[in-house]
Design a protein around this ligand. Structure first.
Ligand code: NAD
Length: 366
């Protein structure tokens, strides 16, 4: 090699070293439906290197690894991924009942953790994860990516900027079809029943926790006040093979007086959901497939102010950038355990209200 050739080769090697020093080494547990979306985000982020994968199904790890150039270590046992010294960040995308054990083990092993929503199947476990995250000094985030979607961001901006005046009430209806039949099958050790994990209460927590927690996160971030009271109604009206509900109504009061009215149906595919956000000066409303409308209480409909300061990009990429930024800056992630718990509390409360046929209050979360 001549001197002319050596100099660029040395420069390229030191650039590669600098890049790898700045790369976040991620181990991803759970290579199913949601893991695929995490993987698609990593593939867009040069600051990320996936060094390890874990799934009970080897073929799933193989197909992920093929997209990564075959460089990630593969572990059937997730505990080995957590012990891997080439992993700094553990991302967890497995069924909900597995979240606490994996998240706590990863934090105790000194890893930063990005845990898929919902934080945990019940409030007690959610608080345990929160306490472990605090004790560990590591960055812990829950994958509530809707915060990084343009529409939710736009609504938050308008409400925070006083476009509707003082927030008074929110009504949300959501409709969809049945859970994907491709979901992982779980055997409940108590009942011996094997089924798609989302059909089983022990694996899912509740339908509201699994699906509606995104809407609840939007609501709690708009309301900015703790849950005060909740009542609910619902059940399994359509799918005989599900333990988890397929129809839910919830009525929630927050401490600051804002009221939230929620309806969910799992057997109405294709029906657009509706959101109505009522203030003392104006109302924001939209259906899941339509534009945002702004009705003034005192005059004609207005054009909503445009969304500002928002670069459109895959929500999960934005979510990971914020999380990795928190690691670099040694600060808490915006998707903190607190934020995830406030959203999950609405789901826990609706579940308790329906299952125990009573009003749930803030005392249930004392
Ligand atoms: N943020 C979102 O919008 C969003 C969307 C969908 C799912 N999720 C969440 O992601 C998580 C996973 O959901 P999904 O749709 O990918 O489910 P899935 O059924 O498609 O995949 C689950 C995967 O976990 C693997 N798994 C199960 N037990 C394991 C273990 N002990 N060790 C390693 N791997 C194991 C399974 O083999 C499977 O590949 C859930 O918590 C769900 O609530 C979030």
């Amino acid at each position: 090699m001549t001197r002319r050739e050596i100099v660029p080769a040395v420069a390229a090697a030191s650039l590669a070293m600098a890049q790898s020093a700045n790369q976040n080494r991620i181990g991803l547990i759970g290579n199913g439906n949601r893991g695929t979306v995490h993987l698609s985000a990593y593939l867009k982020m040069p600051e990320v290197k996936v060094t390890a994968l874990s799934d009970l199904e080897s073929s799933r790890m193989d197909s992920y690894n093929a997209k990564l150039g075959g460089t990630a270590a593969k572990y059937i046992d997730w505990r080995e991924l957590i012990r891997d010294s080439n992993v700094d960040v553990v991302a967890i995308a497995v069924p909900n009942h597995l979240h606490p054990e994996m998240a706590i083990a990863a934090l105790r092993a000194g890893k930063h953790v990005l845990l898929e929503k919902p934080i945990a199947v019940n409030y007690k476990l959610a608080r345990q994860i929160q306490a472990e995250a605090k004790k560990s000094g590591k960055v812990f985030a829950v994958g509530m990516q809707r915060r990084y979607m343009a529409r939710d961001h736009h609504i938050q901006q308008m409400v925070d900027n006083g476009v509707i005046g003082k927030l008074k009430a929110i009504q949300i209806t959501e409709y969809r079809g049945d859970w994907s039949p491709k979901g992982w099958h779980y055997t409940d050790p108590k009942t011996g029943r094997t089924a798609n994990w989302r059909f089983l209460k022990s694996a899912t927590g509740s339908t509201e926790l699994e699906f509606s927690v995104h809407a609840f996160s939007q609501v709690t971030q708009l309301v900015k006040s703790p849950l005060a009271r909740c009542t609910g109604s619902g059940g399994r009206l359509h799918y005989a093979d599900h333990e988890t509900r397929d129809l839910t109504h919830g009525l929630i009061d927050f401490e600051n007086g804002v009221r939230f009215n929620y309806t969910f149906c799992l057997f109405a595919p294709g029906v657009p959901g509706q959101t109505v956000i009522v203030g003392d000066k104006a109302v924001l409303r939209y259906s899941s497939d339509g534009p945002i409308l702004l009705d003034s209480l005192a005059g004609p409909a207005q054009q909503p102010p445009a969304l500002t300061g928002f670069e459109p990009e895959q929500a999960e990429v934005k979510m990971y950038r914020e999380f990795l930024g928190a690691i670099a800056e040694k600060r808490e992630s915006a998707l903190s355990a607190e934020l995830a718990i406030e959203a999950a509390k609405v789901a826990y409360a609706i579940d308790m209200a329906i299952e125990q046929n009573r009003n749930v209050t803030a005392r249930d979360f004392a």
